[in-house]
Design a protein around this ligand. Structure first.
Ligand code: PRP
Length: 212
């Protein structure tokens, strides 16, 4: 009965997509269409009654929040930055990295007087981090390659995603302080969680078993 319930899953395009497709394969799903998708954005998993929608991270949250998709796979970074209404039901463990405060090597970020400027693609995460320290900072929103900001002297520090640390290292920057660890999460629309509970729980359990 449960396996006949149609499910639409929103996947964050890119690395999380690859990891999730790998996981589906491990679960015994036929992922041919997902691997040979070309430019198509809506795909199916034959025999599973599952439709897969490929979207940018923030849009995964929008589609799941609105109920256009029942389930989403998205990074904790996007969840923390964008909020929204949905259930976060599982930590999938892959896509591991962290948010960190970083600056030019040897920077005494917390020293001296005056309000510090912090550049980031994630202003909400940054605001919460410094609010929790009761520290007043000026936040500058940057769209990408945030590491440039201290090098171009428009910021004392950055709050950004650090995975291997290569980008920081190759640009003469270093981590000043870890902010929060990040990994891929499974999110579920609140109505789907009620109407398709059995199927969603079954699927989430199968995903977690395959990960174990
Ligand atoms: C992310 C992040 C860092 C980099 C960290 O950037 O913003 O720049 O990856 O990875 P590392 O620690 O392994 O070097 P992304 O490649 O997503 O592009 P962006 O800089 O344009 O945001």
């Amino acid at each position: 009965m449960a396996e006949n319930t149609a499910i639409r899953i929103a996947l964050t395009k890119g690395r999380l997509e690859k990891d999730t497709v790998g996981l589906f394969e491990k679960m015994g799903f036929d992922v041919t269409e997902l691997r040979e998708k070309g430019r198509r954005l809506i795909l199916t998993i034959p025999g599973q009654n599952i439709e897969v929608v490929l979207a940018k991270a923030a849009d995964v949250i929008t589609y799941v929040g609105l109920g256009a998709c029942d389930i989403g796979v998205v990074g904790k970074d996007t969840i923390l930055e964008h909020g929204g209404t949905y259930f976060e039901i599982a930590d999938l463990g892959f896509g591991r990295c962290k948010f960190a405060l970083a600056g030019k090597k040897g920077t005494d970020f917390y020293g001296g007087v005056g309000v510090k400027t912090v550049a980031t693609k994630y202003p909400n995460v940054t605001r919460h981090f410094f609010e929790s320290k009761r520290m007043d900072v000026d936040i500058v929103k940057i769209e990408g390659s945030v590491e440039l900001a201290p090098l171009l002297r428009i910021a004392d520090g950055i709050v950004d995603i650090v995975e291997t640390g290569t980008t920081l290292r190759e640009n003469g920057l270093e981590v000043i302080e870890d902010v929060v660890p990040i990994s891929a999460r499974l999110i579920v629309n609140t109505v789907s969680m009620k109407l398709k509970k059995e199927r969603i729980e079954e699927l989430a359990a199968a995903m977690q078993n395959a990960l174990a």
